[in-house]
Write a protein that binds this ligand. Structure first.
Ligand code: FDA
Length: 389
């Protein structure tokens, strides 16, 4: 089989690229359906972009790399596209845009665009034995026990990262990159819950509170959620991308309140009330109960000295915790690291030393914050390639 463009991976980036690339296009995926991560994302409503998208919201060994693609296909371009397809959407919080009805509408839109573009979609199909030819590349397609050799001028790798192997994630992109002499930076699970020694937060499972979580010098203000295994919630997932094994995280349970002043105020108004009851006005009662096991929170608020109140406020504003690890690729939303951006053109995503070979989406060492940034990278990097072909 001879095609102009072969795309490996029919996820967000692969489908977007297939929808707009010129020529005869083949797209291959080993999954049963395209865009499975789109389908489950954002609780089934897909947080498809973020109004505040910009290079500041991405991690990479080269923080400048994402700028060009993000600037040339922006969040506003993607919003225009879904408006044209009459997909209703809303902002949830912090610029995060979700479908009103279902993530399936985005998949249907991309499938429709691929169909209009005459794309040949092969599902439940393996792609392997990649090789360079004089004019491009060739590889084997394996389906239902049959092998077809495919020749293409352009090979686009859009097979994503390692997150959630149960959903079909593999390290194929990294293997192909290495085979063709590109470097791959260290990869690790990101946007992932922290684990703690067994039982540490079990009594608090299900409790959520607003907090500021700091890891590796970067802080995020959003909710924290205690789980049977440890800590989750958006602030924790965000911080996980900046965390390294063995280092602590700091949790500020009072990011917007001067707790010391607030407790002094309470003491002047209602001295006969228990300190734990007063604290429960600022924090979930179950969390206060648990904190009382390590902090001295006994007695009435009237009995507490300034120094004692300052100590309690300080402890709640800087609760230092030592995660034992993360839940790993099993639940990580994304993979941090990937194809070394030094080996790719930031304008087209083409491998600098292998003309005709492109890497897009999560496979590349560009990882967004939680909140629609990762899909925007998929759309933007895919368009950078599609427009270059
Ligand atoms: P993606 O993973 O989407 O696609 C890769 C495709 O390649 C898959 O279809 C896979 O089957 C295929 N493939 C892999 N290996 C293969 C092989 N060996 N052979 C053939 N095919 C192969 N982001 C965001 O911005 N907003 C959100 O709301 C969410 N929510 C979210 C929830 C959950 C649970 C997860 C796991 C992730 C998110 N994300 C997210 C992240 C987002 O899903 C992710 O960044 C993009 O899907 C990446 O798009 P790609 O196309 O690069 O990879």
């Amino acid at each position: 089989m001879q095609v102009d463009v072969a795309i490996i991976g029919a996820g967000a980036a692969g489908m977007m690229c297939a929808a707009y690339a010129p020529g005869r296009i083949l797209i291959v995926d080993h999954a049963r359906a395209p865009g499975e991560k789109i389908r489950i994302s954002g609780g089934g409503r897909c947080n498809f972009t973020n109004m505040h998208c910009g290079p500041h919201a991405f991690l990479s060994e080269n923080p400048h790399f994402a700028k060009s693609a993000l600037a040339r296909y922006t969040q506003w371009d993607f919003i225009d596209l879904i408006d044209q397809h009459r997909i209703a959407w809303h902002e949830k919080t912090l610029g995060q845009l979700f479908c009103d009805t279902s993530a399936k509408e985005i998949i249907a839109m991309l499938r429709g665009l691929m169909q209009q573009n005459g794309v040949d979609l092969h599902l439940q199909t393996q792609a392997q034995d990649f090789a360079k030819t004089v004019n491009g590349f060739e590889f084997n397609l394996l389906k239902d026990g049959q092998t077809t050799r495919v020749q293409c001028n352009t090979l686009v790798i859009a097979s994503g990262g390692k997150s959630i192997p149960k959903m079909g994630a593999t390290g194929l992109a990294y293997d192909i990159a290495r085979q063709f002499g590109l470097r791959v930076t260290d990869t690790r699970p990101a946007l992932v819950p922290f684990t703690f020694p067994e039982g540490r937060f079990a009594p608090l499972a299900g409790v959520a509170a607003p907090a500021r979580v700091t890891a590796g010098g970067t802080s995020f203000d959003e909710a924290v959620l205690f789980t049977h295994r440890g800590l989750s919630g958006p602030a924790v997932l965000q911080a996980s991308s900046y965390w390294r094994e063995g280092s602590p995280i700091d949790v500020n349970l009072m990011p917007d309140t001067n707790l010391f002043e607030a407790l002094k105020e309470k003491r002047s108004q209602s001295g006969a009330r228990k300190l734990t009851n007063e604290l429960s006005q600022f924090l979930p009662a179950r969390l206060v109960e648990t904190l009382a096991q390590t902090l001295d929170l006994g007695g009435n608020i009237a009995d507490q000295s300034d120094a004692k109140l300052a100590g309690i406020a300080g402890a709640l504003e800087k609760w230092t915790l030592h995660p034992s690890g993360t839940e790993g690729y099993r639940t990580a939303e994304v993979t941090l690291g990937g194809i070394d951006t030094d080996d790719l053109s930031s304008k087209t995503m083409e491998a600098k030393k292998v003309p005709g070979l492109f890497f897009i989406g999560e496979a590349v060492d560009v990882t967004g914050w939680l909140g629609g940034y990762n899909f925007q990278w998929a759309w933007s990097s895919a368009m950078a390639t599609a427009r270059a072909l």
